[in-house]
Design a protein around this ligand. Sequence first.
Ligand SMILES: [Zn+2]
Length: 324
Amino acid sequence: MEEIRPNWYRIEIPLPGTPLKYLNSYVIIGDEKNLIIDTGLNHEACRAAMQKGLKTLGVDMNRTDIFITHFHADHFSLVSMLATPQTQVYFNRPDAELIESWDGINTMVGYSKGHGFPVAVLKRAFENHPGTKFGTEWVPDLKLLTDGQTLAYGDYRLTCVATPGHTLGHMCLYEAREKILVAGDHLLIDITPNIQGWLDRANLLKHYLESLKKIYDLDVDLVLPGHRRLFGDHRARIDELLAHHAHRLAEVRQILAEAPMSAYSTAARMTWDIRADTWEDFPPAQQWFATGEALSHLRYLEGEGEARREMNDGKIVFRLVASA
Ligand SMILES: [Zn+2]
């Protein structure tokens, strides 16, 4: 438990078996109502840490609302344990629609086949995914917020900042007087937020890069990220992330210059910071994330007119468009 500002706390929620290590849940204590920002997996270790923290702070869930930055299980799922009939659960529309249309592994099998990803590997990744094992038990009524709306708890006024990219509906909160940005997984230090390209109707990397530029101009002293440590100088971090993706795009261009390729084959040729000797040795979940990451960059190049997709033997391959 850490006090960040008067009546504003961080509770560390362990995420066993994930490389993220833990989730940062933030709690603002107000006079009438409190606010919890992000919750954890529906996992015993998360439940225990959350309950201990809330007890220490004397939080009564009948007088507490919840804001969730995006739909991923490590942020969302513990809501089913926490919410009472008095709890307002704040969320965003694009991610709520994704939850509503969720059909388990079926949609992913379709994506998988289309992009050359072995379905057997997907099935193994899916079975072991924390979202499958520790997902929410039920989805409460969600109060959907849009960009620019404000929430007031205690002495703090939080402005919603829509930051699509990590997910289509990802939302940050900005406290202007304190110069605090609650960043969810939009900005993380030490690890690069994962940008997936599986959702074909959206160009998430383009959204992400725009969302980075959108928060660049905010006056920020302290970033409260969804994982890992708190940090300042958000502009330096944004510059690093922009450079990272520029570098990744250059790498993908170079790979496509050799031959048109599926997202799966592109991912197998990219460099990854994973302890495995060969692509085949990557754990199934890491192959899935890597291919999703490759796809978001391919999709971006497609959007810029630098690549186009073609069908090859029932699979989508991306071909570099020759520049004039
Ligand atoms: Zn997360």
